[in-house]
Design a protein around this ligand. Structure first.
Ligand code: GDP
Ligand code: MG
Length: 177
């Protein structure tokens, strides 16, 4: 727990990208507030949420940006990517198309974001194992080829959500500190 009066050593902007309905907003709600809403409406207007944590005895404020329901390629403006040091590229393990589109999102990131941005490929909804449409091996192969970190998460049952954010923040910390 971080004291409110604590000075902040670092602020890291992280952007969430990926197709609509893959669970970006719920991953953020789980990480920032430990909440999950079954009937989450498409995100409207919310820009970002923050969570402050300790890494290596420093206070790191993660400022995590969520698309305002504009998940078509090119609809996400360059202001969204500006200053981002990390990105979570999210797909739904039960929706093949959302994984096939990951390459498109990567193109967007490489075009608009800083060249040194750390990208984590996130296969969300790991609780839906019986509906799996994306084998772990396919995702690992893509991640390896594109130099991305990779993790499967469930915003619903909280599996790996905290650790996914913590590991991307730690990677970023390792670079800037
Ligand atoms: P976004 O459009 O990418 O922001 O997706 P949302 O966060 O709004 O989630 C879309 C839908 O997927 C909602 O009905 C969520 O309840 C559901 N959802 C999100 N994460 C998970 C998850 O980890 N497991 C399951 N089973 N459903 C999820
Ligand atoms: Mg959303």
């Amino acid at each position: 727990q971080v004291n409110l009066n604590q000075k902040i050593d670092y602020v890291f902007k992280i952007v969430l990208v990926g197709d609509s309905a893959v669970g970006k907003s719920q991953l953020l709600a789980r990480f920032a507030r430990n909440e999950f809403n079954i009937d989450s409406k498409a995100t409207i207007g919310v820009e970002f949420q923050t969570k402050t944590l300790f890494i290596d005895h420093k206070t790191v404020k993660a400022q995590i940006w969520d698309t305002a329901g504009q998940e078509r390629y090119r609809a996400v403006t360059s202001a969204y990517y500006r200053g981002a040091v990390g990105a979570m590229l999210v797909y739904d393990i039960s929706k093949r198309q959302s994984f096939d589109h990951a390459a498109k999102w990567l193109e967007e990131l490489r075009e608009h974001a800083d060249g040194n941005i750390i990208i984590m490929l996130v296969g969300n909804k790991s609780d839906l194992g019986s509906l799996r449409a994306v084998p772990v091996e396919d995702a690992k192969e893509f991640a390896q080829k594109e130099n991305l970190f990779f993790v499967e998460t469930s915003a619903l049952d909280a599996t790996n959500v905290e650790s996914a954010f913590l590991s991307i923040l730690t990677e970023i910390y390792g670079i800037v500190s």
